[in-house]
Ligand binder design. Sequence first.
Ligand code: CTP
Ligand code: MG
Ligand code: K
Length: 185
Amino acid sequence: MIVETILAVLMTFVAAFWIMVPAYVANAGAVPFGGGTPVDFGKCAKDGRRYLGDGKTWRGLIGGIVVGVLFGLLQMFLAETFHWDWLPQHTIVTITVLAAGALLGDMVKSFFKRRAGKDRGEKWPIADMYDLVAGSLVLLAVFAWPWVMAYVTIWIFLAILIWTPLLHRGANIIGYLIGIKQVPW
Ligand code: CTP
Ligand code: MG
Ligand code: K
């Protein structure tokens, strides 16, 4: 009984992570690709602040989506080759909307962050982590509702909410250790 419960919890966490890989990779992938022309082309809104700011660039957006989809394709290949039937089975549609949704959510977040008067890169604790979860899952629900019904239980959803801050923290520590971030948070 105890063993079964522990296994079920572990599998929930693995499945939640597996679902979110294209979104997490797209979000992290935008950083090395970022730079060049901003998505808002440098334009300001009526409040005198940028629509999105210099932290949202076309290269980051497109590069992030491409690496997110590439990782998703790798996941599909692995699941197919090794018959990982116990994992949620990604499709071209799910990996694409998860990768694109993560970065769209990130841009929507930046729009409201600018309206709230916060500068590019300034901390905005909850929003800066869950923007990608909201964006990717909303797009997934819109474009792949039957898939969501088949795989995304309330427990998987809760596991995603727990994974995201842990990975956010982990990614920042790794960024610090390899020298692309000044501080480990
Ligand atoms: N990035 C990008 N294009 C995107 C998303 C991210 O070029 N669509 C790059 C930028 O170099 C950005 C970095 O990845 O600075 C980190 O992303 P993020 O933390 O989302 O942006 P911030 O710089 O913190 O900007 P904001 O305050 O608008 O969130
Ligand atoms: Mg940031
Ligand atoms: K982000």
